[in-house]
Design a protein around this ligand. Structure first.
Ligand code: SF4
Length: 455
C-alpha cells in the first residue's frame, strides 16, 4: 500500500501541491514520505521515514522548486522500512536520471533485478522499474513503454525524467490512478480524494496499460499495453484501503461500503440493541447494517485518531500494543446486545481484543459482522496481508474463527454480496486473497525482505 501523486504546473508551487496531495493519501502509507521536483530538467528529492508533516516543514518545502513534482507515501511490501527504500527514489542510469514513486508489487522482480546486472541502492522492487527506464537510451516514452512491457504484477507509477512527468498503470490495473486538472495543468493521484484536496477537477482514471507523459506540449496518452483480458482492480480498495470519499471506476467508496452493510444485514441479521462500527473503515458498513435492520447505530467504540491504523503497523508486537491505545468503549454498551461491524479479519488479533474489551465493558452479547468474505490467501500485489499460516480463516471454519475471537456470533459477507455492492463485474476485480484465484503467476519467494543483500 502506497500513495502516489504527480503534477506538472509551471508557475505554481508544485512541491506544496504535492505535500497536500500526499496529506490526502496518508492513509495509504505511514512509514515514509517524499517529494521529488524537476526544475529545468534537474531533479531534487527529499524523503524520509515518518508521516507527511513529520518529513516536511515550511523551510524544506520552499527549497523544492520546479515545474514538475511527484510525491509518495509508503507502506513497505518489498524491502525493509528503511531510509534507502523511502520514495520517490532517484536512479542515475546510463541514459538519464529518473525519480520514481511506485504503488504495487511486482511478481517478477527477482528476474528483472538479475537482468539489470548492477547493484541497486535500495532493496525495494521499485528501483528495478527506475533502472529499466534510466538505462534505456531511447526517448523517454519508448523507454517507459519497453519497461512497462517487462513488468508483471502491480505497478502504478509516477516519475520524472528528461524534464517530463510520466505516470502509468500495469495492464491489470491492480492499483488505482486518477487524472485531474488544475486549470489546464495535469495532476495524477492514487485516489480522487487527493485531487479534491488540491482543488483539481477529476478528468478520468488512467486506464490499465496506459502511459501518460506531460511536457511543454501538453499531456500525451500512449496505450503501452493492451489492458489484460481480466481486469484486476483490487477489491480490498473497495472495502478497506481507499478513502470513503474516493471514487473507484466511477463508484464512490462510501456508498459501496454502505451497500456492503445493507447486504450483510440481509444475509446475516442479528437480534441486538446497538450496531457499533470498528472505526473508521467499518463505519459505512455499520451505517448500512443499522439502516437495513432498524437497530440503532452507536459510536460505542471511541477511536483515538492520532494513533496509526493498527493494520499498517508492520510488527506483531506493535499491533498487539496498539489496540489498547486506539479504542475505548462507551458506558452505553453495558448490558446491551451489540453488533460490531468491521471491514475484514486477517489475523484476528484486533477483533479478539475488541470483543474482549466490549465484554469487559459489560456488553451482554457481541455479534461480529464482517463486510467482506474470509481472507484466506496472501496478496502479491502490494498489500501486506500476512502469510497464509498467520491468517485466522485460512484453514478454519467460520465457527472456529468465532470461537477464537470469543464472539457470540460471527458472519461474513458473501463474495457475491461484496461484488454486487461494488457495482463492478467479477472480471474487473482482483479477489485473489478471498478466492485463491490469482490473475497472474505468483512468485515462488515473495518474502518482503528478500532483497536485503542487494545483487
Ligand atoms: S490479492 Fe487481495 S489485496 Fe491483493 S490485489 Fe488482489 S484483492 Fe487486492
Amino acid at each position: 500500500m502506497c500513495g502516489v501523486f504527480g503534477v506538472r504546473a509551471p508557475g505554481r508551487d508544485v512541491a506544496r501541491l504535492s505535500y497536500f496531495g500526499l496529506y490526502a493519501l496518508q492513509h495509504r502509507g505511514q512509514e515514509s514520505a517524499g517529494i521529488a521536483v524537476s526544475e529545468d530538467g534537474r531533479l531534487t528529492a527529499l524523503r524520509d521515514l515518518g508521516l507527511v508533516p513529520q518529513v516536511f516543514d515550511e523551510r524544506s518545502l520552499s527549497g523544492l522548486r520546479g515545474e514538475l513534482a511527484i510525491g509518495h507515501t509508503r507502506y513497505s511490501t518489498t524491502g525493509a522500512n528503511a531510509w534507502e527504500n523511502a520514495q520517490p527514489l532517484l536512479h542515475h542510469g546510463r541514459s538519464r536520471t529518473v525519480a520514481l514513486g511506485h504503488n504495487g508489487n511486482l511478481v517478477n522482480a527477482d528476474d528483472l533485478r538479475a537482468s539489470i546486472g548492477k547493484p541497486l541502492a535500495s532493496t525495494s522492487d521499485s528501483e528495478v522499474i527506475a533502472a529499466l527506464i534510466a538505462d534505456d537510451e531511447r526517448p523517454l516514452e519508448d523507454a517507459a513503454v519497453a519497461a512497462i512491457s517487462r513488468l508483471e504484477g502491480a505497478a502504478t507509477v509516477v516519475g520524472l525524467a528528461d524534464g517530463k512527468l510520466f505516470a502509468f498503470r500495469d495492464a491489470h490495473g491492480f492499483r488505482p490512478l486518477a487524472l485531474g486538472r488544475l486549470g489546464s495543468d495535469p495532476v495524477v493521484a492514487s485516489e480522487s480524494c487527493a485531487l479534491d484536496l488540491v482543488g483539481a477537477s477529476f478528468e478520468r482514471e488512467i486506464r490499465p496499460g496506459e502511459l501518460v507523459v506531460a511536457d511543454d506540449e501538453g499531456l500525451h496518452s500512449i496505450q503501452a499495453l493492451e489492458p489484460a483480458e481480466r481486469g484486476a482492480l483490487c477489491i480490498f480498495e473497495f472495502f478497506y484501503l481507499a478513502r470513503p470519499d474516493t471514487r473507484l471506476s466511477g463508484v464512490e467508496v462510501h456508498g459501496a461500503r454502505v451497500r456492503m452493510g445493507e447486504r450483510l444485514a440481509a444475509e446475516a441479521p442479528a437480534e441486538a440493541d446497538l450496531v457499533l462500527p470498528i472505526p473508521d473503515s467499518g463505519t459505512p458498513a455499520a451505517i448500512g447494517f443499522a439502516r437495513a435492520t432498524g437497530i440503532p447505530f452507536s459510536e460505542g467504540l471511541i477511536k483515538n485518531r492520532y494513533v496509526g491504523r493498527t493494520f499498517i503497523q508492520p510488527e506483531q508486537g506493535m499491533r498487539e500494543q496498539g489496540i489498547r491505545m486506539k479504542f475505548n468503549p462507551l458506558a452505553e454498551v453495558e448490558g446491551q446486545r451489540v453488533v460490531v461491524v468491521d471491514d475484514s479479519i486477517v489475523r484476528g488479533s484486533t477483533t479478539r481484543q475488541i470483543v474482549a474489551m466490549l465484554f469487559e465493558a459489560g456488553a451482554a452479547e457481541v455479534h461480529v459482522r464482517i463486510s467482506s468474505p474470509p481472507v484466506v490467501s496472501p496478496c502479491f500485489y502490494g498489500i501486506d496481508l500476512a502469510s497464509e499460516d498467520e491468517m485466522i480463516a485460512a484453514q478454519a471454519t467460520v465457527e472456529d474463527v468465532r470461537a477464537a475471537i470469543g464472539a457470540t456470533s460471527l458472519a461474513y459477507l458473501s463474495l457475491e454480496g461484496l461484488q454486487a455492492a461494488t457495482r463492478r463485474p467479477a472480471d474487473a476485480l482482483c479477489r485473489a486473497c478471498l478466492t485463491r484465484d490469482y490473475p497472474t503467476r505468483v512468485p515462488a519467494d515473495s518474502a518482503k525482505l528478500r532483497f536485503e543483500s542487494p545483487v
